[in-house]
Design a protein around this ligand. Structure first.
Ligand SMILES: C[S@@+](CC[C@H](N)C(=O)[O-])C[C@H]1O[C@@H](n2cnc3c(N)ncnc32)[C@H](O)[C@@H]1O
Length: 204
């Protein structure tokens, strides 16, 4: 099972929220793609942060596509139900835990509330197939996945992200991931503190 946890690299998630909220203000659809979402900890963290930061209208128009190549049955079951062992949720700030989780029927587990679960849609997907789950995406979050690819594959996957984004949309990756030089005309870094980029330039 992939290594991940709720609120991992909170600095990047908070930066993504800071840019996405004003960018998508007034939009009738706000699409986020979490590419390589493991068992849902990251897209659910993002959904909770956005529930806190967005107004009711914007949050209602939010859809998070959560995709992963994981072939196990656990993938769909765990993410769809949003049910996790309570001990895995201990790092979530208390006030957010109390607000967004309820005791699950399974002993020792908690479930994410419907308000958050209903924002996510899960799909099994191999990023190397270069088929995004949607177009007109405002934010692509792809963290701790690209490092597994060959350099040329990484470039092709990032080009796909560029094509899937709306003009001016954002792409965030992990702190240690660098933008390949050949993609510098197509993305500009928005913050020196994290690897988050804004789409620039025309079609690739
Ligand atoms: C370490 S986890 C990252 C989870 C989360 N994004 C994070 O940063 O904590 C890496 C995930 O990438 C997924 N993955 C690896 N190769 C992939 C591919 N070709 N297409 C889609 N997902 C892939 C794995 O199944 C795994 O769930």
């Amino acid at each position: 099972m992939a290594f991940t946890y709720f609120f991992r690299d909170l600095q990047t998630l908070n930066t993504a929220v800071k840019y996405l909220v004003p960018f998508s203000s007034g939009a009738t659809k706000v699409r986020v793609w979490d590419a390589g979402c493991a068992m849902g900890q990251e897209p659910y963290s993002m959904a909770i942060l956005l529930a806190e930061a967005m107004n009711h209208f914007a949050y209602r128009n939010l859809k998070i596509y959560a995709t992963d190549i994981d072939g196990s049955n656990l993938f769909r079951d765990i993410i769809a139900s949003g049910t996790y062992p309570t001990e895995e949720l201990e790092r979530i700030p208390r006030e957010l835990f109390d607000k967004y989780f309820i005791p699950a029927t399974k002993p020792g587990h908690h479930q994410i509330v419907d308000q958050v679960r209903s924002r996510l849609e899960f799909q099994r997907q191999d990023l190397l197939q270069l088929q995004p789950p949607a177009t007109e995406i405002s934010l692509v979050l792809c963290k701790n996945v690209l490092l597994h690819f060959q350099p040329h594959e990484r470039v092709e996957v990032m080009k796909m992200f560029h094509r899937a984004l709306v003009p001016g949309g954002f792409f965030a990756t992990e702190q240690t991931q660098k933008l390949p030089p050949e993609l510098e005309p197509y993305f500009e870094q928005v913050s020196p503190d994290c690897q988050m980029f804004r789409k620039i330039g025309g079609p690739i």
